[in-house]
Design a binder for this molecule. Sequence first.
Ligand code: NAD
Ligand code: TDX
Length: 339
Amino acid sequence: MTIIVTGGAGFIGSNFIFYMLEKYPDYHIVCLDKLTYAGNLSTLVPIMDNSNFRFVKADICDRAAVYKLFEEEKPDIIVNFAAESHVDRSIETPDIFLKTNIMGTAVLMDACRKYGIKRYHQVSTDEVYGDLPLDRPDMFFTEETPIQTSSPYSSSKAGADLLVLAYHRTYGLPVSISRCSNNYGPYHFPEKLIPLIIANALNDKPLPVYGTGENVRDWLYVKDHCIAIDLIIHNGKIGEIYNVGGHNEMRNIDIVKLICKELGKSERLITFVTDRKGHDLRYAIDPSKIYNELGWFPKTKFKDGIKKTIEWYLNNREWWETIISGEYKNYYEKMYGNR
Ligand code: NAD
Ligand code: TDX
C-alpha cells in the first residue's frame, strides 16, 4: 500500500505520518510538502532514514511535479492535509488560500483521475459550517448542516470540499471528506491559540485573547484525529463526509487560564486584544455518524491531552523557539504589535 500524504511537514500531517508508519510497518508513505512557513522538515528528521518513508518537496499546485510523483509512486491513497490553515493570515492575504486550498486540491484530484487511485481523502474542517450561537448548547454541526463560511480560510476549504464532491459525482472519483474540529498536540505551529499561549507564558509575555475570550471551540487531541482518518481511508464509505469532533467545548479564556495554572504563571499575563474580524462564536461537532459507522470516538480526555501537550512543549523548546525567533517574529509584530 502506497499513501501520498500532502502537507505532512505540518502539524496534523506529521502526526499522521508518525502514526501510520508505526501502525503499518509494511506501508510506503510519501510526504509531499512545499515547506511553507508552516512546514518544518526538522519535525520529520526522526523518520528520514526509514526505508518506508520518502519526502518530496513540491507544491500541490505544481501540476508537473504532482504528476511526476504519481507516475513514480503509483499511489493507492492520497490524504490531502496541504493547506494554508491560519484564519488570521487568510484575513490579511486571501489569495494564497484560494490558490493552495482550492486550486491545489483540483491538481491533486486531476492526478488521481489521470493515474487512477483507490481513494482520495480530503482533510477538511468544521469551519465550513460557519458558527453556532453561544446561547444554544443544544445545537451541533452534523454532516447535513449547510455550508455557511465566515473567513477567506473557511471559504477556501468549503470551495475545496464542493470540488471534491463534484469530482466524485462528475468523474466517479473515489473520494471521502473528514471535517474536524480544533486539534491540539505536539508540533502545533505557535501561531495557533494553544501553542502560542504556552510559548508566551513560558517566556512571560502577554497572552493575547481576542475580544472577550468567550468564543467556544471543540478541542480534539491530534492523535484522535489521525485515528479517525485511518479508519475513514480504510473503511469509510466512498463519496461520504464524516464529522470528527472531541465532545469537548471550551471557551478560549478558560483554555488560557488553564494553561496559566498548569505552568504556574500569573493570569495577569492575560491581555484582551481587538477581536478577529468575522470571529466565529462557537464550533461544536456531532460525531455520531463516524461513531455509528466506524466505531470512532475521541479517546484522549482534554485534561490528559493538554498535560501531554504542555509537557511536549517543555521538552521540545528548541523546536518552537527556532520558529518564534525566525521569520515568524515579523508576523507576530505585525499581528499583535498594535492590537
Ligand atoms: P499546518 O499549517 O500546520 O500545515 C500545513 C502543511 O501544508 C505545511 O507543512 C505546509 O508546508 C504545507 N503546505 C502548504 N501549502 C502547500 C502547498 N501549496 N503545497 C504543498 N504543501 C503545502 O496545518 P494543520 O493544522 O496541520 O492542518 C492540516 C489540514 O487539516 C489543513 O487542511 C487544515 O485545513 C485541516 N484542519 C486543521 C485543523 C486544526 O485544528 N489545525 C482542524 C481541522 C482541519
Ligand atoms: O492569539 C490568539 N488569541 C485568541 O484569542 C489566537 C491565535 C487565537 N485566539 C482565538 C481565536 C479562536 O476563537 O482562539 C480560538 C482558536 O484560534 P486558532 O488557534 O487560530 O484556531 P481557529 O481559528 O479556531 O481555527 C483552527 O481550527 C479549525 C485551525 O487553525 C484551522 O486550521 C481549523 O480548520
